[in-house]
Design a binder for this molecule. Structure first.
Ligand code: SAH
Length: 365
């Protein structure tokens, strides 16, 4: 059986072509597109300027993928909100709304689970269940806007999943999100974080998007990076940095390097010195993330003094550094842990296929 088209993943020209195929007027497509992406409608019933006949026809011929909120937690400390959503077929994902002085930022998931296996990350423990569609990435932002009543000005693809492992849907998502007939979010306010799939970074460079690329570096040499990130066995640290250089060169966008500081693992003076030398030619920006300890591993975050000392050392070597401010520390701890505890209490800890998903992408140990 052929799947009905996923209407919220269509671009406006695609939707117009689809309407013409249905024998409907082209301008109706624009109305529907505006309902979906500007007014963020949950269902066809809301689209009151369409005839009842057209609404029921669309309900029959298309799928309208709307996420179901399961839980919303609000931080008493800084107003950060964490959202648990159910996908139409059941898997649960997590998104976060953070309020900053510069505006509201939403952190979205790009996959249900992840197959990259980074050692310190909670989201990868059950493997990858499935990729999200562009519509499901968009709907995290749309539902959050509706539920919170807040305008979203920034989007970071830093939730569960490896966005470049879901490349086509990611690029579609960015184009729809930044399109002038949709939310019209500036591409400069969209950040995509990757563990470093070098070929995909080079492919992304050719899309001529103005988004910010953040590379999860986490180590200053190949050996240490391999110990934290299995994907480093597939793409060597120098190969990944070269792909980032290409990205920067063809987009003109400054790179961000994420570096999760783990006590006794990658936080010494020597690490800082080596890191500075490694990335200096790229003129990027380093974002230090004191590691969020997860139950399954015994990684420990360095104390505040050690974090500041690491920052200082990098700055003295001429590197631009920020320390990631921890948001919503009172609501279910680190990234991905809300989803993980939900899955545990509901007995959904992954499937054999999800657990085996890593074998498709990671080289053998
Ligand atoms: N797959 C993408 C997005 C992952 S999450 C990537 O690898 O970049 C965004 C960032 O949080 C990544 O840099 C990731 O390595 C980091 N991260 C994940 N778990 C963490 C933890 N427990 N403590 C600190 N940083 C973590």
């Amino acid at each position: 059986m052929q799947m009905k088209p996923d209407i919220k993943s269509m671009t406006l020209p695609e939707l117009e072509a689809y309407f013409l195929e249905l024998g409907e007027k082209k301008f109706r497509a624009k109305q529907v597109y505006s309902w979906l992406h500007q007014k963020q409608a949950e269902s066809y019933e809301e689209m009151t300027n369409l005839s009842a006949a057209l609404r029921s026809r669309l309900a029959e011929t298309t799928q309208l993928r709307t996420l179901k909120p399961l839980e919303v937690l609000t931080s008493q400390v800084d107003g950060t909100q964490k959202f648990l959503f159910a996908l139409p077929d059941g898997p649960v994902i997590e998104s976060v709304l953070m309020k900053y002085q510069f505006g509201n930022s939403v952190c979205i998931s790009s996959q249900a689970g992840c197959r990259m296996g980074c050692r310190f990350c909670a989201s990868t423990i059950g493997g990858r269940i499935r990729d999200l569609t562009a519509s499901e990435m968009l709907d995290q932002i749309y539902r959050i806007t509706r539920i919170s009543g807040e305008r979203v000005s920034h989007v970071v693809v830093m939730g569960t999943g490896e966005p470049l492992d879901n490349y086509d849907q990611l690029v579609r998502f960015i184009r729809i999100l930044s399109g002038e007939d949709g939310l019209n979010l500036s591409q400069r306010n969209i950040t995509v974080s990757t563990c470093g799939l070098a070929e995909k970074i080079e492919e992304l460079a050719k899309e001529k998007l103005q988004i910010t690329l953040a590379l999860s570096l986490h180590a200053s040499n190949q050996k240490k990076r391999e110990a934290l990130m299995p994907i480093a066995r597939k793409y060597d640290i120098h190969q990944v940095l070269e792909s980032c250089r290409i990205y920067q060169e063809s987009t003109g966008r400054r790179l961000t390097f994420e570096y999760s500081l783990v006590a006794g693992v990658n936080d010494t003076d020597e690490d800082a010195r080596e890191l500075a030398a490694l990335i200096r030619p790229l003129h990027g920006h380093v974002n230090l993330i004191p590691v969020n300890p997860i139950r399954e591993r015994d990684y420990v975050r360095p104390d505040r003094r050690a974090v500041l000392a690491f920052q200082n050392k990098l700055e003295k070597s001429g590197i631009n550094v920020t320390i990631r401010r921890e948001m919503g520390s009172d609501i279910s701890g680190a990234c991905g842990q809300l989803r993980r505890s939900w899955n545990e209490t509901h007995g959904e800890t992954g499937s054999p296929e999800a657990a085996a998903s890593r074998a498709d992408v990671l080289p053998e140990e």
